[in-house]
Structures are given as structure tokens and as C-alpha cells.
Design a protein around this ligand. Structure first.
Ligand SMILES: [Fe+2]
Ligand SMILES: [Fe+2]
Length: 295
């Protein structure tokens, strides 16, 4: 059942270029459990301890309305490819600064040229989702909206061009990355954005760089971009609903953990390569959820 856009997402995360079938029923079941049992239960608990506490409070403050808005937004039809850039940016930048609007106007205009229509629509959709999640979880709305918009900046390269782009950006990808060209766009994209937009906030660059593989110390902005990339409205895979249902019900770390888990499961089930850091990332989030992290 794995639909193309899901596969693309998992390629992003698993950094793989082969596609295969995914047992979504099984995955949905596991993901559903994660909201109320096992590690997910502990993720839920983390809303009342440590950094999760603030996120939990933020999620509860006015959460009903925000979640309602989010649900409406998720299921809203979209005609992004045909919509004028100015109109898209007007919506994205609503409530944000003129500086935000100017950045998004410039970035979106260039993105429409760089990316295929479907990928451009995805970028707008990730930005919208990141904005909603930032509002819901009390994160930085400006950074999340901006980072969501540009997260796939370098997704326009394929095949050998991906490797050429890494060389062009002066990036040396170490051993273990040879089979993971799908993750390169996050790394080269962050570098390219730094050159294209001098002075761009480093937190945006970090979120872009981490949106495929994740990291053991994901910031709120990093997690929101990662999650938004997986659950934005244009994604259609079956297990998506079980991830979306967690929005506002678990803290941000719990939501990220569920998304990361779904990615790892997909990669293993489909015999794809795992990013070398995946085990360390997973172990860290399990440790935090169990209250055993030394951090
Ligand atoms: Fe991506
Ligand atoms: Fe993406």
C-alpha cells in the first residue's frame, strides 16, 4: 500500500532509493499503541516532566480550538500549484513579521522554479503544518514556518547530480552514506541555504539538515519540521492517521518519537539501509521516555 508520497518521505528519512511494500495495518496498530501504552505511554508522561512539561502545558492551553483548526486544516483541499505565490505567502505569514513575509516571498518564488509542482506544493504544505504545530506546542512560529518552507530546497537533484551537489557544497559524506543519496538533500540544502540567504538563522539550517535523519538532540524546531514533513495534508499513506491523531495528545517529543519509529519500522520492513545514527537516536529517545537519560 505504500503510496508514492509516503515512499518519498521514507526515502527522506531512511535515505533510501529503493521502494517496496509496507505493512501499514501493522504499523498503524503499533503507532496507535504508542499514544497510550509502552514507550508511547512514557512519552505521554514526559509531558509532565522536564522540557516536556512546558510543551504539555502549551498543548493544553487552548488546545481544543487549535486541534480543531488543525483537523480542519489537515483535511482541507488544496490547490497550491495553481495559487499565486503572493497569496500563498500571505497565508503563511499571517500573524508574522514583514521580515518573515519578505523571506518567504523570496524563498517561495525561487522554490517554485527549483522544484517540481508536487514538491513545491509539499513545501508549502510542510510550512503550513509547521506553523500550526509551532502554535500548538508553543514553539517559534517564525522559525518553524520558514524552515518548513525551505526544508526541501535541494530536493531538485537526482542520481549523480546529488553527489555532484555535495562536492559543489564542499561536503564530504563519510562512510556509510554511499547508499543514502536520498538524505543528501537535507545536508546540501542547509549549506546551499546558508549561501543563498546570508545571515539566515542557524536554527533553520539545523532543522533543514536534520529533517531526514533526525538527531539525538533535536530542538523543538527540528522536531516540528521533521514531523510536519511526515504528516502534512498532502501525504496520504494509511498509517498517517494514527500519527496525526497524536497531535496535541502527546508532547512534541512523543510525537517526534512516534514519527521516527514509523520511519524505522518502514525501513526495516522494506529492507532498506538505516542511517548510521538511527540506533543512537532511537536509544536516546527511549532512554528519555523511560527517564534514564543522563542528559
Ligand atoms: Fe526532504
Ligand atoms: Fe519534504
Amino acid at each position: 500500500m505504500a503510496k508514492k508520497d509516503e515512499q518519498e518521505k521514507h526515502e527522506d528519512h531512511g535515505k533510501h532509493d529503493k521502494r517496496g511494500k509496507h505493512d501499514k495495518q501493522s504499523e498503524a496498530s503499533e503507532q496507535g499503541k504508542s499514544a497510550s501504552a509502552g514507550s508511547g505511554s512514557e512519552q505521554g508522561k514526559s509531558a509532565s516532566a522536564g522540557s516536556g512539561s512546558e510543551q504539555g502545558k502549551n498543548a493544553k492551553n487552548g488546545a481544543e480550538q487549535v486541534i480543531k483548526d488543525f483537523d480542519n486544516f489537515i483535511f482541507r483541499p488544496t490547490d497550491i500549484p495553481e495559487t499565486p505565490i503572493a497569496q500563498l505567502v500571505e497565508e503563511l505569514s499571517e500573524g508574522l513579521s514583514t521580515e518573515d513575509a519578505a523571506f518567504m516571498m523570496e524563498a517561495a518564488t525561487e522554490l517554485r522554479e527549483r522544484l517540481a509542482p508536487k514538491r513545491f506544493a509539499h513545501s508549502i504544505s510542510v510550512s503550513r503544518t509547521a506553523k500550526k504545530l509551532a502554535q500548538l506546542y508553543g514553539s517559534d512560529v517564525s522559525l518553524c514556518t520558514r524552515a518548513g518552507l525551505v526544508h526541501d530546497w535541494d530536493k531538485c537533484y537526482r542520481g549523480q547530480a546529488v553527489f555532484d551537489r555535495a562536492v559543489e557544497m564542499g561536503i564530504e559524506l563519510g562512510k556509510g552514506y554511499e547508499h543514502m543519496e536520498a538524505l543528501f538533500h537535507s545536508i546540501t540544502g542547509a549549506k546551499a541555504l546558508e549561501r543563498r540567504f546570508p545571515g539566515i538563522d542557524h536554527r533553520i539550517l539545523q532543522a533543514v539538515a536534520r529533517h531526514t535523519s533526525g538527531a539525538v538532540d533535536m530542538s523543538d524546531v527540528d522536531m516540528i519540521v521533521y514531523i510536519s514533513d511526515m504528516i502534512e495534508p498532502l501525504r496520504t499513506y494509511e498509517s498517517l492517521d494514527s500519527l496525526r491523531e497524536l497531535v496535541g495528545k502527546v508532547d512534541l517529543r512523543g510525537l517526534f518519537s512516534a514519527c521516527f519509529k514509523a520511519t524505522i519500522e518502514h525501513l526495516i520492513q522494506n529492507r532498506r539501509y538505516l542511517h548510521p545514527d538511527s540506533a543512537a537516536i532511537w536509544n536516546e529517545y527511549v532512554a528519555v521516555a523511560r527517564g534514564k537519560s543522563k542528559k
